[in-house]
Design a protein around this ligand. Structure first.
Ligand code: F6P
Length: 369
C-alpha cells in the first residue's frame, strides 16, 4: 500500500532541535513525495483521543506552517512523557492505575487514515515505537533526541550541543563571580544516567571538578583539590555536578516517591555536594541549578543541521519501506539502525575513555582520586 498520509509526533522531554526535524520531515514529505502530514499533539495524547485539545490539538501541517520554525526551541507539536499507551495512567475506583490502551491508538490511527508514523523521542519513545510495531502499527521510523546524549545507537542526539552551549555559558558567567568573591561555585546540570553534559560543559568551561553518574565521588579529593588551588593562588573553583551524580556507595538525590507513569525526579545533587564540602573547606560555597534552562532556547547550528538531516532521512526511510528503523549519526553519515538496537543500548561515559583522561590530564578531578 502506497503512503499518502503520515503522522509525526514528539515524545518525552523537549529539546532544541525538535522543530528543525519537524520542518525538514514535513517539507520533504510534502515537496518530494506529495504526502499529507498530521502533526500529532503531545506525543500519543493526540492519538489516544482525537479531540485532545481540539481545535488546538492535532493539525494538518503545511510547508507554510513549518517554514519559519528552524530557530525555535521546544516543539510546535507539544510533547509529553505521560502518554505511553502501553502504561497509560487512568483513574479507576478513585485510584490511579496503569493500563494498556494501545488498541484505541490503532483505531484512531486508522480513523484518520494514517499510513505511517515518524516518532521523535528518546529511549522511552523508541521502546514504545517498538512495542507499537509488535502490536500492528508496523510503519514507524524513529528519530532520536535528548539533551542527555545517552542513546547508544547514535553518536550524537540533537539537543545535546545546545544544552552544552547553555551550560558552558553559565559556567563562564559563574567563574567571573566565583573569582571575584573567592568562592567555590557548584553548577548542577542535567544528566540522569549519563554525564555527557557535565563532562563536555565542564571541559569547555574550564571547571576544576566534574561529578558524573558514571564515576561515584568522594568529597575528600575534591576538597583537597580546592584547598591546593587556594595555596597556589587561585582561591576560587567551579565544580560541575550532573543531576545524577552520586557518592560512592550512595544513591542519587531525588524528590519524593516516583509518580505512577513518570520517571523519578532527580533533585538536590549539587546542594548535597555543597553541604558536604562546606564541612571540609573554609571557602564560601554557592550552587546554581541550571535545570530546564538547558532544554529551552534556539537550537545551535549543529543541532539545526543534525535535526534537519534526521528529519529528511526519516521521510526517505518511510518512502523506501524501511520501517522499524531509527535514523542515527555514525561519524559524519546518517544511517538507519533497527529500533530494537536503538531502544536497548544506553551510551554512558566511559570512565577509562579518552575524554575523561583528557580532563584528568588537565587537572580536573572527578572525586574518585
Ligand atoms: O532526559 C532528559 C532530561 O532532561 C533529564 O536529563 C532530566 O532528568 C529529565 O529530562 C527531566 O525531565 P522533566 O522535564 O520531566 O523534569
Amino acid at each position: 500500500m502506497d503512503i499518502k498520509r503520515i503522522g509525526i509526533m514528539t515524545g518525552g522531554g523537549d529539546c532544541p532541535g525538535l522543530n528543525p526535524v519537524i520542518r525538514a520531515a514535513v517539507t520533504t514529505a510534502i515537496r518530494v513525495y506529495g504526502w499529507e502530514v498530521l502533526g500529532i499533539e503531545d506525543a500519543f495524547s493526540g492519538m489516544i483521543d482525537l479531540d485532545y485539545r481540539s481545535p488546538h490539538g492535532n493539525q494538518w501541517l503545511t510547508v507554510d506552517t513549518v517554514h519559519d520554525i528552524l530557530d525555535r526551541g521546544g516543539t510546535i507539536l507539544g510533547t509529553s512523557n505521560k502518554s505511553d499507551p502501553f502504561h497509560y495512567v487512568v483513574e479507576r475506583d478513585g485510584e490511579k492505575v496503569e493500563t494498556d490502551i494501545f488498541d484505541q491508538v490503532l483505531d484512531n490511527f486508522r480513523k484518520v487514515g494514517l499510513d505511517a508514523l515518524i516518532s521523535i523521542g528518546g529511549d522511552g519513545s523508541m521502546r514504545i515505537a517498538r512495542q507499537a510495531m509488535a502490536r500492528g502499527l508496523t510503519r514507524i521510523v524513529g528519530v532520536p533526541k535528548t539533551i542527555d546524549n545517552d542513546l547508544g545507537a547514535t553518536d550524537y542526539t540533537f539537543g545535546f550541543d545546545s544544552a552544552v552551549q547553555v551550560a558552558t555559558e553559565a559556567i563562564d558567567r559563574l567563574r567571573d563571580t566565583a573569582e571575584s568573591h573567592d568562592r567555590v561555585i557548584l553548577v548542577e546540570v542535567m544528566g540522569r544516567d549519563a554525564g555527557w553534559i557535565a563532562l563536555h560543559a565542564g571541559i569547555a568551561g574550564g571547571a576544576q571538578a566534574i561529578l558524573i553518574p558514571e564515576i561515584p565521588y568522594r568529597l575528600a579529593p575534591i576538597a583537597d583539590h580546592i584547598r591546593q588551588r587556594r595555596l597556589d593562588g587561585h582561591p576560587y573553583s567551579i565544580v560541575v555536578v550532573a543531576e545524577g551524580a552520586k557518592p560512592g556507595g550512595g544513591e542519587v538525590s531525588t524528590l519524593g516517591p516516583r509518580e505512577l507513569g513518570a520517571m523519578r525526579r532527580l533533585f538536590g545533587a549539587a546542594a548535597r555536594v555543597a553541604e558536604g564540602l562546606g564541612n571540609l573547606i573554609e571557602l564560601d560555597i554557592r550552587f546554581t541549578v541550571l535545570g530546564h534552562v538547558q532544554r529551552g532556547g534556539s537550537p545551535s547550528n549543529f543541532d539545526r543541521i543534525l535535526g534537519t538531516r534526521f528529519g529528511e532521512e526519516a521521510v526517505h526511510l518511510l518512502a523506501r519501506g524501511d520501517f522499524g528503523k531509527m535514523v542515527a549519526l555514525r561519524g559524519t553519515k546518517i544511517v538507519a539502525v533497527p529500533l530494537d538496537e536503538a531502544a536497548s543500548q544506553q551510551k554512558l561515559v566511559d570512565p577509562g575513555g579518552q575524554i575523561v583522561r583528557a580532563a584528568r590530564s588537565l587537572g580536573i578531578v572527578f572525586g574518585d582520586e
